[in-house]
Design a protein around this ligand. Structure first.
Ligand code: TMP
Ligand code: ASP
Length: 234
């Protein structure tokens, strides 16, 4: 697969065209940002770990009937993906209270939620990706009612599958963020699934093995990504 011109650079990834019009190369960087890029840093080899972790999880989800943009892992830092039109929404699922939910409602971190919470955030860096409701998504034309229904259905299915997947390697899935895209008229799962986009706590110890180590300066940041990588790819 020939690498063509760069078409997009985000905070953690770069997208390149290929010689196939429907396929892109997704390159994973070591750059890390938090709090809407107010905090910036580098996590050594994060790109390598996240490419492998995401690849493995997309393969698992595909095997369970979830359609994703993933085609194959190309090398250490690159995967081949379908070219989608990204729906400008970040879909967050929470099983346990952490992060912005604790801040919003003054909840204790670790509070187990009776049912999962699904949040929509509008993908707009200038606005800090604000929390919105399904009505905003529909009213502003970011997705149709049918697309929203598909996205919600996929997200709850992915939550059930990923909870099981991580529990099998002794990790509790606290929350995570998904992005979806349109491909040939269908909604499919896109972006990445990694310790950048999930909160993962070790069963028993509660040790945080995700980007919160970077966000909160908890130390052992690289080690946390490496630990998740070795458990996921074992
Ligand atoms: P939050 O508690 O900060 O809203 O984050 C919820 C989940 O979403 C957490 O697992 C981290 C992930 N996330 C992203 O992947 N990208 C983002 O820009 C933010 C704010 C959160
Ligand atoms: N990736 C987001 C940013 O830089 C936030 C986060 O993951 O905490 O802004």
């Amino acid at each position: 697969m020939k690498k063509g011109k760069q078409i997009y650079e985000g905070k953690a990834k770069i997208l390149y065209e290929t010689d196939a019009p429907d396929l892109l190369i997704q390159y994973f960087k070591d750059d890390a940002t938090a709090f809407n890029a107010q905090k910036k840093g580098t996590i050594q080899e994060k790109g390598i770990f996240n490419n492998s972790i995401s690849s493995r999880i997309f393969e698992y989800l595909e095997s369970q009937g979830i359609r994703t943009h993933y085609e194959k892992k190309l090398n250490d830092r690159e995967m081949l993906v379908k070219r989608v039109e990204i729906v400008p929404i970040e879909v967050i699922i929470r099983n346990v209270a952490a992060g912005s939910l604790c801040k919003l409602l003054a909840l204790a971190e670790g509070l187990k939620l009776k049912t999962p919470i699904l949040d929509f955030c509008y993908k707009k860096d200038e606005l800090g990706d604000p929390l919105v409701s399904e009505y905003h998504v529909l009213a502003l034309g970011w997705a149709t009612a049918q697309e929203i229904a598909t996205i919600k259905d996929y997200t709850f299915k992915v939550n059930d599958l990923m909870k099981k997947f991580f529990l099998a390697i002794n990790l509790d899935l606290i929350d995570f963020k998904l992005e979806f895209g349109r491909y040939k008229g269908q909604i499919i799962l896109a972006d990445e699934i990694s310790p950048d986009t999930c909160r993962l706590w070790e069963v028993g110890t509660g040790k945080k093995l995700d980007k919160d180590r970077f966000r909160k300066d908890l130390g052992d940041v690289e080690e946390a990504y490496k630990e998740v990588f070795s458990r996921v790819t074992k």
